[in-house]
Design a protein around this ligand. Structure first.
Ligand code: SF4
Length: 281
């Protein structure tokens, strides 16, 4: 069986930097706090926890530990409060997310109402909204009617959005806004992954997307793969692979979300190689 691994898969640059920053900080101090998951992947989180990363649910529980801010950005009000409390902040916000903050503020300075295409409960979107005076979140075309659009608008997009969703929303926005400036802020790693998954799903009998169920971008890759190939599956690890999925397949495409570590991808590739000669006929 041919195994095709996507050229770009696993940790994106933002997640890689955040994990490295956490690991380096933990070499200098015993414990570092983070609000919520640093990475949406249990394997990575468990390893960091073992090395001293502490997951807290409120600033009040940070104590005297340094506070690590996650790659996808943080509510600016929370950062102000943390500074007022005198906390030592280690900022792992991805430079590409900072770019979105910058673009959104520029649009607002131009006198535009800022529209954010993204998931309203996602930390990245919460972080963008917190930096603006007047904004509106659109998750899907259904949200447009409930958003009171002004004549001058500006659009930024959550870095990990599916391009198809954006393509469905933009024409509707353009019919309702006379002066609309759109900045495509889907990040380069996401665009690459979304392009590669198309050929991976079309050129192989079966597709495996490796990612945690908490990882939104892994789920998006899976949705795209599944829409093109009914033999597409998402697994968090090797133990979730059902050998029956691969029966009769002559080729398998493998990709992974931005929070999946390289070692997990390698483990699964090795496992599939062992199945090839034995179990699969
Ligand atoms: S998905 Fe893109 S924007 Fe988000 S952390 Fe990764 S590289 Fe940065």
């Amino acid at each position: 069986m041919k195994i095709e691994v996507a050229q770009h898969c696993g940790f994106c640059t933002g997640v890689k930097n955040a994990v490295q920053l956490a690991q380096n900080s933990l070499k200098k101090q015993e414990n570092v706090a983070v609000l919520g998951d640093l990475v949406h992947n249990k394997v990575v989180m468990d390893e960091l926890k073992d090395n001293g990363l502490v997951f807290v649910d409120s600033l009040d529980n940070v104590g005297d530990m340094p506070l690590l801010l996650r790659a996808h950005g943080t509510d600016v009000n929370l950062i102000h409060t943390a500074k007022e409390m005198g906390l030592n902040i280690i900022d792992a916000t991805c430079p590409l997310v900072r770019e979105i903050h910058k673009h959104a503020r520029e649009l607002e300075e131009e006198g535009r109402q800022v529209i954010i295409i993204g998931d309203r409960d996602h930390d990245e979107v919460i972080g963008i909204v917190s930096r603006l005076q007047d904004s509106c979140i659109i998750e899907s075309p259904d949200d447009i009617d409930s958003c009171k659009l002004k004549q001058r608008t500006g659009v930024v997009i959550q870095s990990t959005q599916r391009i198809e969703n954006v393509q469905n929303i933009l024409p509707l926005l353009l019919t309702r806004s006379r002066d609309c400036r759109i900045i495509n802020t889907i990040c380069e790693p996401t665009r690459r992954n979304q392009t590669e998954i198309l050929s991976l799903a079309q050129n192989n009998d079966c597709v495996l997307v490796i990612g945690d169920s908490a990882s939104a971008n892994s789920k998006r890759l899976y949705e795209v793969a599944r829409s093109l190939n009914e033999n597409a599956f998402m697994v968090a690890g090797q133990e979730e692979i059902n050998v029956a999925w691969l029966k009769g397949c002559t080729s398998i495409g493998i990709t992974a979300g931005a929070s999946t570590p390289r070692k997990l991808i390698e483990e699964i590739v090795t496992y599939i190689k062992t199945l090839n000669g034995d179990t699969i006929k």
